[in-house]
Structures are given as structure tokens and as C-alpha cells.
Design a binder for this molecule. Structure first.
Ligand code: 1YM
Length: 634
């Protein structure tokens, strides 16, 4: 291919058909058709860069707004004599339809222009076209009017370096409006610089008197960063997945899962944007879908109680796909959907194994992605029911009715206020009397809270206790969750220090983790630590959280100070309001545990495994995790 000779060129026919029916060759004579002329010449320069011979492309939009010059520093279009036509190769390329060695031979024509007719079509539809070639130390020039050569190929002088420059002015008798849109050109050039990494593309806009240089060493990786920045989407993993496959089809891909709620994929075929997707995008979705599912199955990360849908895997996914194919077929109103059926399996079978391999070799990244996907699935299940709940609520009353058994706080700004979710009515009574009513609210829950693991939000909200809790919190749930509407600064679970209490705390945490996960991850959920023992030694009183704590206190303070008096509380309800205040409620003396979700996948799995089994094991697990997080002395 690099040893091009004139005999490689195949001649088909002259340019009359192009001028007679321009729409057949460029799709139409409107703005899109007009810009096709630019893309055709640009594609030839880009091909030269793609094949490794050019590294600079300059596009100049001239001051008249209707003429363009494109140049590259490649080998220069060949100028030698064509044996059968006795014309220079340069002339043949610009005057013969479907002419060109590279279209028919091993090196493929990658341009995405309609019918791949290239330079001769642009020439046929231009009042004036000038081609100059620097090759073998000579500057060659050949000019055309409406597709016909004006004079012979001439040596215009000596030349340093090599390259091709094409100037053209579209024919106003063909195009109703000959005015280029600089934004359209700029956008295409920028994309070219992302798709063909390293190539330096300059846009010299003489209309606006601006000059821009686009060059990206990281190619699509840089493009992805730009898209993430523009969309304000925070990645859920550091390293993006990147795939670069040479061959047919050539395929370049970058993927990154983000916290955004929608999917955002941009795709290109031969450098042309396919805004309506098509067969290549279908293959991409099938490929990453299967890769992720395989990974989840292989590592038994499937969440219980919820089935992963394709939309869960796609949620927050941001990516760019670029493919190069021989004969693209475009479809749809705006011809921006790829229709080549073979591309679906080609892209699928390229993406799936590569992504699966990458996930398996980047386990922490993979786990972050899987956690993101499981979260999406849970939120989807939750939102369906939440939607119904919101509808029901607003149908029955215009505003949120606070539950009757909530003893709300009377003053305090929201950040200062606290909601204590308390087990049982009698404990609720002590807490209500012992609290600082200005800033502390009490919501008593009757008896055991239901186990919500694996339940849909609709089922969960049939439970009065939990529905009341959600109402009191005020922040909604599922897709309508809004942390800004949370009515309290802290949500504190206050349960007995015994195993029943632990069970209830666990059930509540399970509910919050599953159905209001953002509340958990925002660090607003706490566990109160009521004492299990009161220990009086002499004049001193100590409070112990559990047996071990009791023994430590006795060892430290009990020696030689008379007989310690130990009282075990049967429950919070037994505690005098004043004692409850001193030990558990008073911010100056109490200890709170902040509940933190350190590792979502782990937490998800363990909650699944533990719920339904031994309650104390569950609680131990949650306490351990809570203690891993910072202990608070408020
Ligand atoms: C501003 C537009 O057309 N550059 C360009 C075009 C060609 C070559 C180099 C080239 C290609 C080959 C060999 C080859 C073209 N050559 C042909 C044909 N820039 C622009 N730069 N030597 C030079 O592919 O073998 C068509 S375009 F047909 F001669 F090969």
C-alpha cells in the first residue's frame, strides 16, 4: 500500500452523474449535504493520518464563509502518470467517479462518506477546486472548475516535506445555500482528534478570526473525561475500561460507571456520530451486559430478593464507542443509525471477553461496579412502590401527616435536631419524659419491626411502624428520596441493650440500608448505647454497656472499696427518665455509634446471609462494623 503506483487505480466513469443527481452521492443539497463535502476531503486526510503517514491536519474556513482549505502532512496524493488514461493519478482521483487504488485494494477506505466516492464528488460539486501536492521535493498544482481540469498538472516550485492541500468552493447552482457552519466543523474536528489519538487537528476559522488546536494523546480516554466533566457525573471507579482492537472492524471503546442515574453512550462509525445508535450499540450493550452478569455469577455476588435488569447494569454507565467498517449502511430520518447487521455480533464478541477479563483482573474496581448495579436494582424496586405510596399520600391529604405517636421536638434548627427511634411504648414514655424536648423527637415503635430483607417497598410500607418512620423522616424513599427533606440532623436508633433490642436494631438497620440507602451512606444514622447495668461503688455510679464492660469497671474501681451494687436493667422502660437522659440521651455524656457503610458489596452480602438466622450474630456483625467506624463522643 505504501508502494502506490498509478496502475492501482481503477477508473469507472466521469462526473456528469454527480452534477445531475448530487443527492445520490451526498444525501442531499441542504446543509448536511454541503458539509459532506468537507467530511469527504477531511476523511482522506484522516485516513492518511490513520495509516501513520500524517500527523497534522489543518482545516481553514475562509473569511467568505463558503470556501474551505484542508491540508495534511502525509505522503501527498500520487502525481505519476496513469498508464491507460495517460493522466496523472491526481487528476484521475479528482475527475473519475469511484476512482482510487485504496478503495479496491487491501488497504481499506475508512471514510464514512456516502458511497465512498470521495474527492471526485467534491470536485464535481465545486465551482473551483485547487489541489496541491508536495512530493519528491516538488510542489505540484492542479486546478478544476466544476469538476473539469483547468490546464495541466504543473510544477509550481520546489517543496520541503510532503503533504496534500485541497481548496474548494461549493457550487451555488447546486447548493441553495453555500455557507458553512463553523460550530459543526469545529465539533467534527474535535471528535476526530479524540478518535484518532495523537493527531494534531487545527481549525483556522477566518470568519471568527479564531484558531483552535485539537490534540489528545489519550484519545477516547480524554473524551470520556470531558464528557464526565460536562455532565458532572462522578465515577464509581477510578480506572475506566478501555478496549482498542485493530482489524475489521477496528473498534475503540471506553466505559465508566458513574453515580449518574442515566446511561450515556456516544457512538461513532468511521468517525461519524451515530446519535440514534444502531447495530454496533446493540452489540455493545449485549457484550457488557453478559460480561457483567458472568462476573456476578462467577463470584456469586447476585443479590437476594431482586433480579438484575439490563437497565440496572446500564444505569450511570458513560462511554464512547468508535468502530471503523468497510461499507456502513445508515438508516433513519437523519441517517444516524447504523444498520449493518453483522456489527452486533462483531462488537458483542469483542467486548464481552475483554470486559470480563478486565473485571477479573481488577477486582476492587469490579466490586465497586457490581455494588453500583445492585444499588440500581434495589432503587428500581423501591421506586416502583414509593411512587405508588406518594400517589396514595397526596390523594388522601395534600400534605404529609406526621404520625400521631411521634413526639416531635419543638424548637431547634434541623441540623441540631435528633429523632430517636425507640423500641416499645414504655421505653418511648421514659424517653419522652427524659429528652430535651427542644431538639429531641421520639418515635416509639410497637413490638418487633418486620424483617424487610428481600421485600418490595410496597410490602414494607404496609407495615404501619415502618410507614410511620418514613413519614417522620420526611425525606421520602426510592427514586423520590431527597436527603434535603430529611426533618432531622441525626436519626438515632434506641433499643434495649439485650438480644431482643439488638434484634430490633438490626431489623431497623436492614430496613434503612435496603430502602433508604442514601440515608445510611450520608452518615446520619446512629446507634444509641443505653447501659445494661448500673454499678454503684461507694458514692460513685458507673454504667456498663454489657457484661464485659461491667467486669472492666469492677476490676478497675471495685477493689477494696466495699461491696459494689449491681442493677441489671430489664429494658429501657424500667429506667427512670432522668437516668435515661444522663446515660443515653444527653449529648454531653452519652456515646453514640455512627453507622457507616464501608463496603457495600460486603454489607449487601452479609445482610443477605444473616437475615433469617441467629439475631445476635447479626447484631454482632453490625456492631463490629459500627465500631470500625469512628466512635463519637458528642
Ligand atoms: C486534504 C486531503 O487527500 N491526503 C492524501 C490522499 C491520498 C494519499 C495521501 C495517498 C494514498 C496512498 C498512497 C495509498 C490518496 N491517495 C489516493 C490514491 N488529503 C488527502 N494523502 N499515496 C498517497 O492509499 O496507497 C487517493 S487519496 F488513490 F491515489 F491512492
Amino acid at each position: 500500500m505504501s508502494n502506490y503506483t498509478a496502475k492501482d487505480i481503477t477508473v469507472l466513469e466521469g462526473l456528469d452523474p454527480v452534477r445531475k443527481r448530487p443527492g445520490m452521492y451526498i444525501g442531499g443539497v441542504g446543509t448536511t449535504g454541503l458539509h459532506h463535502l468537507v467530511w469527504e476531503i477531511l476523511d482522506n486526510a484522516v485516513d492518511e493520518a490513520m495509516n501513520g503517514f500524517a500527523s497534522n491536519i489543518v482545516v481553514t474556513l475562509h473569511a467568505d464563509g463558503s470556501s474551505i482549505t484542508i491540508s495534511d502532512d502525509g505522503r501527498g496524493i500520487p502525481v505519476d502518470m496513469h498508464p491507460t488514461t495517460k493522466k496523472s493519478a491526481l487528476e484521475v482521483i479528482f475527475t473519475m467517479l469511484h476512482a482510487g487504488g485504496k478503495f479496491e485494494h487491501g488497504s481499506y477506505k475508512t471514510a464514512g462518506g456516502l458511497h465512498g466516492v470521495g474527492a471526485s464528488v467534491v470536485n464535481a460539486l465545486s465551482t473551483e477546486l485547487r489541489a496541491s501536492v508536495k512530493r519528491d521535493g516538488v510542489l505540484w498544482e492542479l486546478a478544476f472548475r466544476r469538476g473539469k481540469p483547468v490546464g495541466a498538472l504543473k510544477k509550481a516550485g520546489p517543496a520541503r516535506g510532503t503533504g496534500t492541500t485541497v481548496y474548494f468552493h461549493p457550487d451555488p447552482t447546486i447548493f441553495p445555500k453555500v455557507e458553512f457552519e463553523s460550530a459543526t466543523i469545529r465539533e467534527r474536528l474535535e471528535i476526530v482528534s479524540y478518535i484518532h489519538k495523537g493527531v494534531r487537528v487545527t481549525f483556522d476559522n477566518e470568519v471568527a478570526r479564531t484558531k483552535e488546536v485539537f490534540q489528545h494523546e489519550e484519545g477516547l480516554g480524554d473524551y470520556l473525561k470531558k464528557i464526565l466533566g460536562e455532565r458532572g457525573a462522578r465515577p464509581v471507579h477510578d480506572m475506566a475500561f478501555a478496549l482498542n482492537r485493530e482489524g475489521d472492524p477496528r473498534l475503540d471503546l471506553v466505559l465508566q460507571w458513574t453515580e449518574a442515574t442515566d446511561e450515556h453512550i456516544r457512538s461513532y462509525v468511521n468517525g461519524i456520530p451515530t446519535g440514534s445508535g444502531g447495530t454496533h450499540e446493540t452489540g455493545l450493550r449485549a457484550g457488557f451486559g453478559k460480561a457483567v452478569r458472568n462476573y456476578i455469577e462467577t463470584h456469586t455476588l447476585s443479590p437476594k430478593g431482586v433480579t438484575l435488569a439490563a437497565e440496572d447494569i446500564r444505569e450511570g454507565l458513560t462511554g464512547v464507542l468508535s468502530v471503523f467498517i468497510q461499507e456502513p449502511q445508515f438508516q433513519g430520518q437523519t441517517k444516524d443509525r447504523l444498520n449493518n447487521p453483522e456489527l452486533t455480533s462483531a462488537v458483542d464478541s469483542a467486548v464481552r471477553p475483554a470486559l470480563e477479563h478486565w473485571l477479573n483482573h481488577n477486582r476492587s474496581v469490579a466490586e465497586a461496579i457490581v455494588a453500583r448495579i445492585i444499588l440500581a436494582a434495589r432503587a428500581r424496586e423501591a421506586s416502583r412502590a414509593a411512587q405508588a405510596e406518594v400517589t396514595r399520600k397526596s390523594a388522601t391529604s395534600g400534605r404529609l401527616n406526621l404520625p400521631g405517636k411521634l413526639s416531635d421536638c419543638t424548637g431547634a434548627g434541623r441540623d441540631d435536631s435528633e429523632l430517636f427511634v425507640v423500641e416499645g411504648d414504655s421505653a418511648g414514655g421514659s424517653a419522652k419524659q427524659g429528652r430535651d424536648r427542644g431538639r429531641q423527637a421520639i418515635l416509639p415503635l410497637r413490638g418487633k419491626v418486620m424483617n424487610t430483607e428481600g421485600l418490595s417497598l410496597a410490602k414494607v410500607l404496609e407495615n404501619k411502624e415502618l410507614a410511620d418512620l418514613v413519614t417522620a423522616l420526611g425525606c421520602g424513599m426510592g427514586k423520590s428520596f431527597d436527603l434535603g427533606r430529611l426533618r432531622y440532623g441525626k436519626v438515632i436508633i434506641l433499643a434495649d441493650a439485650d438480644s431482643d433490642g439488638h434484634h430490633i436494631a438490626t431489623l431497623l438497620l436492614t430496613f434503612l440500608y435496603r430502602h433508604l440507602p442514601q440515608l445510611m451512606t450520608s452518615g446520619k444514622v446512629f446507634l444509641a448505647q443505653p447501659p445494661l447495668y448500673r454499678i454503684d461503688i461507694g458514692k460513685d455510679t458507673f454504667w456498663a454497656l454489657d457484661d464485659a464492660h461491667r467486669d472492666r469497671i469492677l476490676n478497675q474501681h471495685g477493689n477494696g472499696r466495699g461491696h459494689p451494687e449491681i442493677t441489671r436493667f430489664k429494658g429501657l422502660g424500667e429506667m427512670m427518665p432522668k437516668v435515661l437522659w444522663e446515660t443515653t440521651l444527653n449529648p454531653k455524656t452519652r456515646r453514640l455509634l455512627r453507622v457507616e457503610v464501608v463496603d457495600q458489596i460486603q454489607t449487601d452480602r452479609v445482610i443477605n446471609e444473616l437475615m433469617g438466622k441467629d439475631a445476635s450474630a447479626r447484631f454482632r456483625f453490625i456492631m463490629e462494623r459500627a465500631e470500625e467506624a469512628q466512635e463519637l463522643d458528642v
